[in-house]
Design a protein around this ligand. Structure first.
Ligand SMILES: [Zn+2]
Length: 329
């Protein structure tokens, strides 16, 4: 049994790690093995696998049957703190959670750019769904801004398209530029007016020009991409620079993740230069000393308070919203 005073043994970062491991269905023992892999040595891990098991049990005790209630309260709290955060939920007759909808600045920006509305059935894996989507979106945004695409032709039109469209859309446009035209379509082509229309109606249906128009452009000797046919929702210009996305509504959680990835980034950059890597390490040691000076290590922390701060929600006084029946916990 984990004693109240022992909880200090496991620092809050390890606790957060174990909590996150449980979010992706990794049990306490696997969580512990991962910690050992990451930190390399028992001394650096600072906990045993028994501590990890106890910690997970304590956390599950803490949550109890209040899962849905705590989730709702957590999102309510976010709504109060983050100006651009929206949250709605629905319950069934017996107060079981049936639907959740939430959107933060980032999601809203995607809705604005792509015209989508996101809503999810109430399951406890929704966080991961959002996370995966967000990662894919982030990656696409990042790749769109920084990765130079391979060209399939020498055509100026293809080069311009690569600069105008986001990465995933460019692949579609590139295929159309490159494609052979087998079927005949009637293309209305007025280069002087920058007007093109094809009977296949691809642009009208998908917002992207078809291979027939590109074929005609090539033979009409039109060198530049007809920019008026680049819809805002597919264009790179609709992407704000990554820093703008990160600054809006920053939560401590997001800031922590940014710090982790920036440290990881630096370690990767310096990995092949032992001298610079050592300098970076020394700088980190200085920063750690400063952190100790800024925030003195508490001698004793209440176990419940620590779990509450990791989950971002305290134990509810009463349960109004019940867990949906079909959910696996
Ligand atoms: Zn066409």
């Amino acid at each position: 049994m984990l004693k109240e005073e022992d909880i200090g043994v496991m620092n809050s970062l390890r606790q957060v790690f174990l909590y996150q491991a449980s979010q992706v269905n990794l049990g306490s023992v696997k969580g512990f093995h991962l910690l050992r892999q990451i930190y390399g040595d028992y001394d650096f891990v600072g906990v045993s696998s028994i501590d990890c098991k106890n910690y997970r049990r304590d956390m599950l005790d803490f949550i109890g049957k209040n899962d849905a209630q705590m989730l709702v309260e957590m999102l309510m709290k976010k709504k109060d703190f983050l100006p651009n955060f929206s949250f709605e939920y629905q319950t069934s007759e017996n107060n079981a959670l049936t639907n959740l909808f939430w959107a933060d600045a980032y999601t809203k920006r995607n809705c604005y750019a792509f015209g989508d509305v996101m809503s999810f059935d109430a399951t406890f894996r929704t966080d991961n769904v959002v996370g995966c989507q967000r990662f894919a979106q982030h990656k696409n945004d990042h790749d769109s801004l920084y990765i130079i695409q391979d060209m399939h032709t020498e055509l100026q039109i293809e080069k311009e398209a690569s600069k105008l469209y986001t990465r995933s859309i460019f692949f579609d446009v590139q295929t159309e530029i490159y494609a052979f035209v087998i079927s005949c379509m009637s293309v209305l082509c007025k280069p002087a007016e920058d007007f093109y229309q094809c009977s296949c109606k691809r642009f009208e249906s998908y917002g992207l020009l078809c291979r027939h128009i590109f074929y005609v452009l090539r033979f009409s000797n039109v060198k530049n991409f007809p920019k008026k046919y680049v819809l805002k929702r597919w264009s790179k210009d609709s992407l704000p620079p990554p820093s703008v996305i990160q600054v809006t509504g920053d939560s401590p959680d997001m800031i922590s993740r940014e710090i982790f990835s920036s440290v990881e980034y630096c370690v990767n950059r310096y990995a092949n230069d032992p001298e610079l890597l050592q300098k970076f390490r020394d700088h980190q040691v200085q920063l750690m000393a400063k952190a100790d000076a800024d925030v003195p290590i508490p001698t004793k922390t209440n176990k419940r308070d620590r779990i509450a701060s990791i989950l971002g929600v305290s134990q509810p006084e009463e349960t109004i919203v019940n867990v949906p029946k079909q959910v696996n916990t």
